[in-house]
Design a protein around this ligand. Structure first.
Ligand code: R5P
Length: 298
């Protein structure tokens, strides 16, 4: 009998397969259905013949569906007596980490609670949106950084040399600085403000030292594309040669990709925390390496 098995959550079957291959572990597939009334059902497609499970289930849109599938699987495995290590590359609701208006619910606090209540021992995620969100977990949370693998990707797979590395907002400036350190380039951060009632984004006019150079915008999430569009427009106006937009989590809601390309971005590049047409950076080696160390796998 193996000590560990990988459970291939319905949202992340490709990633789960690659992680299992890298760790040389058996995989148990999952069948997911939706009943006519909208209820979710999950079914393990084999016996889980190991005391420890690595459940891989990213929780991108439809967020509540993927969250609930993960909770159901964890509950099922927990009731069977397995210890559950859950890999959630995109951890949802982390942007709702505080009451922005007095009347707001703090959604990520409930998500953290539900994951624990479902029987999960620990969570591994990638670039969680905020340290406040991370602090709301009562179970161990391992937050991996995709900055190095994204920086390596642009260095090795694209002909970009010494670009200006740009954060669309001040909150992401540490990420841009770290990325720039790896690619050996300068970094820059815009000042962005979001109206908490309308969601509208305003970016301050600033002098950007990018004329005749490539720019690489880096962010944790691209959702509606609003933040990247504003940054790209400023960079194009300031004379950037080409603009790349990189992110860990390419949610790309609605027509975000078209909007970003229309704003003058040459290419959008994300990781496979979320499957999408731009998910070129593979997280599997990063996650497998972490699991190997933290779970003392051979
Ligand atoms: C904001 O703090 C985040 O880091 C992202 O910049 C933001 O969530 C992206 O959202 P959108 O694509 O809708 O502007």
């Amino acid at each position: 009998m193996n000590r560990f098995a990988v459970i291939s959550g319905p949202s992340s079957s490709n990633l789960a397969e690659t992680i299992a291959y890298l760790l040389q572990l058996p995989v148990v597939d999952v069948k997911a259905d939706v009943f006519p009334d909208g209820e979710t059902r999950v079914r393990l497609m084999g016996k889980v013949d190991a005391p420890n499970c690595i459940l891989v289930q990213s929780m991108y849109p439809p967020v509540d569906r993927h969250l609930f599938q993960g909770l159901l699987l964890a509950r099922k495995l927990g009731l069977e007596g397995h210890r559950i290590h859950c890999v959630i590359p995109y951890l949802p609701y982390a942007r709702q980490d505080r009451a922005f208006l007095e009347t707001d619910a703090v959604s990520v606090e409930l998500v953290a609670h539900l994951l624990k209540m479902a029987g999960i021992s620990d969570v591994t995620t990638v670039d969680i949106h905020s340290s406040v969100a991370a602090s709301l977990f009562a179970i161990p949370l391992h937050n991996l950084s995709a900055v190095r693998i994204m920086a390596d990707f642009i260095l090795k797979k694209r002909d970009v040399t010494q670009p200006l590395v740009v954060s669309p907002d001040f909150g992401g400036s540490a990420r841009a600085k770290e990325f720039a350190g790896i690619v050996g380039a300068e970094n820059f951060a815009f000042e962005k403000h979001r109206d908490r009632h309308t969601g509208e984004i305003v970016v301050e006019e600033m002098a950007v030292p990018v004329s005749g150079r490539d720019a690489v915008i880096v962010d944790d999430i691209i959702s509606t594309g609003g933040s990247v569009v504003k940054a790209a427009e400023m960079l194009v106006k300031a004379g950037a040669k080409r603009v790349f937009a990189m992110c860990t989590h390419p949610l790309l809601v609605g027509n975000a990709l078209e909007k970003i390309l229309s704003a003058g971005v040459t290419e959008v590049i994300g990781t496979n925390s979320i499957p999408s047409p731009v998910s070129s950076v593979d997280l599997a080696p990063l996650i497998a390496e972490h699991l190997k160390k933290s779970l003392s796998l051979p």
